[in-house]
Each structure stands twice: as C-alpha cells, then as structure tokens.
Design a binder for this molecule. Structure first.
Ligand SMILES: [Zn+2]
Ligand SMILES: [Zn+2]
Length: 357
C-alpha cells in the first residue's frame, strides 16, 4: 500500500436490517490475490441498496458495508493483480462481482460473471460506501482521464448502464429495429439512449406521465405511451400505430412489475425478443402458446462482466451518454437522508452520488 494510505477509514455499515445505516471507523482492507486497493472517489446509491438493507433478500452476515456502484483511484495492487493492465493512480470502475474462481466451466465457457463462487460487492463482499475498498482486477475497467466531476458522474454506469447494455447486447439489436422499453426510470432512460445511439427507434412505455414526457422532451424517446391511458387489449394496436403498423422487434422490460412483462409480451412481433431486466417479486404466469405460436424469445439480462462493462463505458464516453446525476454533492454522512429521499421517490434530478474528494 502507498505510504500515505491510512490504517482506518470511514465506512457506511448495515448492522441491522430496516435500521439506519451507521458510519464507523473500520480498518482499511489489505489487497490479497487479484484484489486492488482503491480509494473511492464517488459512489452512487441504487434502489437495490434499499432492498438489500431492508432484509428483503433474506438473511446476510452483518455488519456489511453497503454500495455497489462507484468510481475509484487505484492505490495498491495485490500480488496477483498484475497483468490486468491496471496501475497505481488509474481511475477505475467495475461491475459488482468479486472473487470469481476463473477456473470453473461457467467462468471458462460463459464468463466469470456467471461463476457460482463469485461474491457481490455491497451484499456478500464489502461495498463502496467507504473511503477505501477492494476491487477484483478481473472486473476493473480503466476510465478515460477526465476532471473529477465528470469521472464521478460515471459511477451509476457500473450498475444501471452496464445492465441495460447487457440487455441490448443480448437483444442483438440491428440498426432500424424498433425497441420498446417498458419502464421509464433510470434504467429505461439509459436503455433508450443506448438503443437510439445504436440506430434503433425507441418507444417508451410507463404508467407515469412525468417520466415519459421527460424522456420525450429530451428527444430520448421517439414515441411514448402511458399504458394506463388505454385498455390492456388495445395496447398492441396503439403501439403498432406508433410504428407504421408493426409490432416491435425487441421489448426490454426494466420494471419489475408483472403488468410490465404482460405489456412487453403483447407488443412483440413474430420472432421478436423480450429481454428481462426488472426482477418481479412474484411469479409470472406465462401463456407459453405466445412463445411457441409466434416463436418469441425470452432472454434474461443481468450485470455483465468486465468485457461488456468496458464496451459500455467506451460507447457511453464516445456518444456522450452519461447518467443523470443529482446536482447536490452528497457526503458519506448523508447516506440515511439519501436513502430516505429515494424511498419517498423524491429524487427526479438523477442519481444521488457521494463524492469523497
Ligand atoms: Zn445498482
Ligand atoms: Zn468460476
């Protein structure tokens, strides 16, 4: 570690589910194996952090440091972290995976992000709401040099951005395809911008007028539809009317609401693709005849690994597609207030980011 690295640091800990987060002084971790010790520059709060700290994912060992999306500066390399093209002083971000074995069949054939042994930062491995943390070098993406503010703004890309990027890659989007995005929130907004930049026509569907008009106003959505404004059985015809009489080639469901999935299925053309991103908390009853009769594909998407994350960051920077960031510069001590604001749905201005320096 650098001679200036302190031995203790401030960290935001979840000690009990459903209780306020506690800021405490804890030891700065020491990198082993492939780990990089990083100084966190900016960490953004995600809706999943609320779900995780509420206890809804079931019991987890506590206390744990929360947070899974950030940009950081590399301070020290573990003994096996060389050979990944990362050096001290680099600005990096990473998908939330940690400690993949790199040896199992999933690691080798499908990618380390499928490793059954992997840990998840902010859940089963210490997260980013702390002054320092460890990042798996096999996940790290080196960021282009930029000023501190623009680098900090990249933080949410490492959750929402790379997840919808994975969805679009799995959709095998062709230029000229029409993409319906169901759910106009942070994920949906980024998905819409990526899809447009890839040459797609974008129709965004939601049940909230404000979010839809926000996207349409910015030109991010070519067409919008509030699905509450028409009867469910009329949605396919209304969508087709917005698309020269055709149903959509791809539907990406970013919402976890069951009706969003039903809407998605109803508007896909024959042999089209439905990409599942939002995770419903209930089971979805599927009419399999929809799939067999019209050969529709249902494809899952998730937080990808290093390779896709790198492509997503490169594309975002090249096309200037940046997540929307809340104008307030939050401190680590604001974490409970941030969570409250998010819980109450009072943040329309963009992702809330803790900026450490
Ligand atoms: Zn997230
Ligand atoms: Zn593995």
């Amino acid at each position: 570690m650098g001679s200036h690295t302190p031995t203790t640091m401030k960290a935001a800990l979840c000690k009990e589910f459903g209780q306020p987060i506690v800021i405490e002084e804890v030891p700065v971790p020491v990198p082993t194996g492939r780990e990089l010790l990083v100084r966190v520059q900016a960490a953004s709060l995600c809706h999943s952090d609320l779900t995780i700290t509420s206890g809804a994912l079931g019991s987890l060992p506590r206390p744990f440091i929360i947070g899974h999306e950030a940009v950081s500066i590399v301070e020290a390399l573990g003994p096996d972290a060389t050979g990944y093209g990362i050096k001290i002083g680099d600005s990096i971000g990473a998908p939330l995976w940690h400690g993949m074995c790199l040896e199992c069949l999933d690691c080798k054939e499908h990618g380390p992000d499928f490793c059954p042994k992997k840990l998840t930062k902010g859940v089963s491995a210490p997260g980013y709401f702390s002054e320092y943390t460890l990042v798996d070098a096999a996940c790290a993406v080196v960021l282009p040099a930029g000023d501190a503010a623009s680098t900090a703004a990249l933080s949410p890309l490492f959750c929402a951005g790379i997840t919808v990027w994975d969805a679009l890659e799995r959709a095998k989007l062709q230029s000229g395809d029409t993409v319906a995005i169901i759910g106009a929130g942070g994920l949906g907004g980024l998905a819409a911008r990526y899809a447009q930049a890839m040459g797609g026509k974008v129709i965004v569907l939601d049940v909230l007028d404000d979010q839809l008009h926000n996207l349409k106003g910015k030109g991010v959505a070519d067409e919008i539809l509030n699905t509450r404004s028409v009867a469910p059985e009329e949605v396919p015809a209304v969508v087709a009317a917005l698309n020269k009489g055709r149903l959509v080639d791809v539907a990406i469901v970013t919402s976890g609401a069951l009706p969003a999935y039903q809407t998605g299925l109803s508007i896909i053309r024959t042999q089209g693709r439905l990409i599942a991103v939002g995770i419903p908390h209930q089971e979805l009853a599927l009419q399999l005849a929809v799939f067999t009769g019209r050969c529709i594909s249902l494809i899952g998407a998730k937080v990808p690994g290093q390779r896709s994350a790198q492509k997503c960051v490169d594309f975002s920077v090249r096309k200037g597609i940046m997540p929307e960031i809340h104008p307030r510069k939050f401190k680590l001590e604001d974490i409970n207030e941030m969570m409250q604001l998010m819980e109450q749905g009072q943040v329309q201005e963009g992702r809330m980011v803790v900026q450490f320096f």
